[in-house]
Design a protein around this ligand. Sequence first.
Ligand SMILES: C[S@@+](CC[C@H](N)C(=O)[O-])C[C@H]1O[C@@H](n2cnc3c(N)ncnc32)[C@H](O)[C@@H]1O
Length: 198
Amino acid sequence: MGDFFSNGAARRHLSLMFIAVAFFHVSEYFLAITIHGRSRVPLSSLLISKQYLIAMGFSLLEYTLEVGLVPEMKELWWVSYSGVVLVVIGEVVRKGAIVTAGPAFTHMIKIYHEDHHQLVRHGIYAIMRHPGYCGFFVWAIGIQIMMCNPMSTVAFMIVLWNFFSKRIQYEEFFLRQFFGSEYEEYSKQVPSGVPFVK
Ligand SMILES: C[S@@+](CC[C@H](N)C(=O)[O-])C[C@H]1O[C@@H](n2cnc3c(N)ncnc32)[C@H](O)[C@@H]1O
């Protein structure tokens, strides 16, 4: 343990991870309160689920083992900096989506149409249909690359891709019901934003 905390790369990686994760969840929650009002935002809007905690725990375990077994892998500063760049891009894309969609961006997928719910097609939604999911995907993988965690990078890619491809299908089923041909046309013109999801 002494070795672990005297390792400069490990201290830097863990501090960056903590800052990135804390910033992501706290800003997500306060942005939701700003847009929807305090009484309409549950604690679940912090987006910290049991599965997420298990995944993050796994990535910390991988990190700790590799610091002991292959410390030179954690010194690949250019890999780590590429991860930081991805974390920043992911944050900007995700928060850009939340601010652009405003009240239409709810953490729970809407299954009933509400009168005020309009289809958002401007800003970042003119470039991709799911910038919120694209942003989270890039951010979460960026964290693993920043920590030079090869196994968790691949595992996060597979798990998140599966999660978002199913979620997009489910969400778009309702969006097609709400907005009909307007959504049909939009989905033909604009890509999903998640790799290999049409
Ligand atoms: C967590 S938000 C995610 C929004 C979007 N999938 C994204 O990744 O940016 C989910 C809610 O956004 C709504 N939504 C998704 N795309 C929308 C759009 N283009 N315009 C309006 N509402 C949208 C859905 O009805 C759903 O209730």
